[in-house]
Design a protein around this ligand. Structure first.
Ligand code: SAM
Length: 302
């Protein structure tokens, strides 16, 4: 018997997702796909939770509106915001609540008149939105990194407390700093590049305008509670530097954006997760966030 699976991801990482699956699920064959929506066929059932997907699960194929209207509850995701589903399906989605641990029935509106049905288990780190789209309100911010950290904060319910100190590696121009400062944290932003003026003006922000390689234990008079990083360097370089900081700092958590712009970087992810677990972080997770492109978030909490 054939089994079908779906994955929703951002178009920038579809090739990477396929590469990932060619290694992790070599028996999966790409079936029907449209930008952002991919289905796979396998001859045997297996757990399916690829890193480079916002969400993934079992796929039950194409359905008619009449079949979908008969569902007791379901969320509706649209592949394109401009699609206009029938009122009945929008209402069904608006009235459907799913609890953590429950199976979400997901209607995927793939075209103007094309609906697919899927199912996945709602995890604590999932957003309560159909298709795992961002629930962060759009506003004027110095960079996209604002949304990346905001989404990680929400998905992992990051326990960041008032005036805790964050060491931010690669902080310019300041999207992530803005979000962290808005949460009333103190931010030490390390970046040789210029910060946005609005960030420099904030009382709780200090710019260390140099490469992070130049910092060592003597530069830190205060304890650091969090290390946040979003640097355009290979994951191996970022991890090596974070590990160096961990020899003299003891943050309670790490929020690292790892750039996965080459498929060979995918192979590094599992060993990275394992190595942070060995360093005393009890929760270490990877999550492809809605605002990600060729990158993934690594969250490590003590
Ligand atoms: C994607 S941007 C960071 C975005 C930023 N987190 C924000 O919120 O706006 C990557 C940054 O990494 C910085 N970077 C690259 N190499 C670095 C290094 N060795 N030390 C510190 N920053 C570095 C770059 O200057 C660049 O500003």
């Amino acid at each position: 018997m054939s089994h079908f699976y779906f994955a929703l991801t951002n178009p920038e990482v579809e090739q990477l997702l396929k590469k990932e699956l060619s290694v992790s699920h070599p028996n999966f064959k790409l079936s029907y796909s449209r930008p952002g929506f991919l289905t796979f066929k396998a001859e045997s059932a297996s757990a399916f939770s690829p890193w480079m997907a916002r969400i993934s699960g079992h796929c039950f194929g194409k359905k008619t509106i009449v079949e979908l209207e008969a569902l007791p509850k379901a969320w509706l995701w649209k592949r394109d915001d401009s699609f206009t589903p029938p009122e009945s399906l929008s209402r069904l989605s608006d009235n459907s609540l799913f609890k953590i641990g429950e199976k979400v029935t997901l209607i995927m509106m793939v075209g103007e008149n094309e609906y697919w049905l899927g199912e996945y288990i709602l995890k604590k780190t999932h957003f309560q939105t159909p298709g795992e789209v961002s629930s962060i309100e759009k506003k004027e911010v110095p960079s996209r990194a604002y949304y990346k950290i905001a989404e990680a904060y929400e998905a992992f319910d990051l326990p960041m407390d008032f005036e805790e100190k964050v060491l931010e590696l690669g902080s310019a121009p300041g999207g992530a700093s803005l979000f962290l400062l808005d949460q009333e944290l103190k931010v030490f932003g390390v970046d040789p590049a210029d910060m946005d003026r609005s960030i420099l003006a904030k009382r709780n922000f200090k710019h260390i305008k140099k490469p992070f390689e130049n910092l060592n234990a003597e530069n830190f008079q205060e304890d650091i509670d969090w290390i946040v990083s979003d640097v355009n360097l290979p994951p191996s370089v970022v991890i090596k530097e974070v590990e160096r900081f961990l020899t003299f700092l003891e943050p309670r958590g790490l929020v690292l954006t790892l750039k996965i712009n080459q498929d060979r970087y995918l192979r590094m992810l599992k060993p990275i997760v394992e190595s942070f677990k060995k360093k005393g972080f009890t929760q270490v997770e990877l999550k492809y966030l809605p605002s990600h492109r060729q990158e993934i978030a690594l969250i490590a909490l003590r």
